[in-house]
Design a protein around this ligand. Structure first.
Ligand code: NI
Length: 138
């Protein structure tokens, strides 16, 4: 059997501020530039979640995309859409919300919820040209 990769795309809008509280204001501005501005800024994010596996004998599915959609919306989108990622999201508490840190956090949320196939990658497009991807422990 061949491994097949199934991807669901979802979108959300959120604000964030890149800021490391362990560093001084000057160091934060040097590292994060205008992304550290005190009141934050927003992005229209696109999230792609890929599940890998063999198509089921009976269903022909790796995972029912309806179920994958429900998991992503229920566990991630409903909690981050139109929120401030530094303050409003329980599972992001204490995390500096770079795209890198977001995909790792999203991975941890999703990994245990996907029971058909296996979570293969979580990709986050933060701007037209910037995309970050997590493939777990790989
Ligand atoms: Ni940003």
């Amino acid at each position: 059997m061949k491994t097949v990769y199934v991807t669901r795309r979802e979108s959300f809008s959120a604000s964030h501020r890149l800021f490391n509280p362990a560093l001084s204001d000057d160091e934060n501005i040097r590292l994060f530039d205008k992304c550290a501005s005190p009141n934050g800024h927003g992005h229209n994010y696109e999230l792609e979640v890929t599940v890998a596996g063999e198509p089921g004998r009976e269903t022909g599915y790796v995972i029912d995309l309806k179920k994958l959609k429900q998991i992503i919306r229920g566990e991630i989108i409903s909690k981050v859409d139109h929120k401030h990622l530094n303050y409003d999201v329980e599972f992001l508490r204490g995390i500096n919300p770079t795209a890198e840190n977001l995909v790792v956090a999203f991975w941890h949320v999703l990994a245990s919820k996907i029971s058909e196939g296996r979570l293969y990658s979580v990709r986050l497009r933060e701007t037209e040209n910037n995309v970050v991807e997590c493939r777990g422990e790989e």
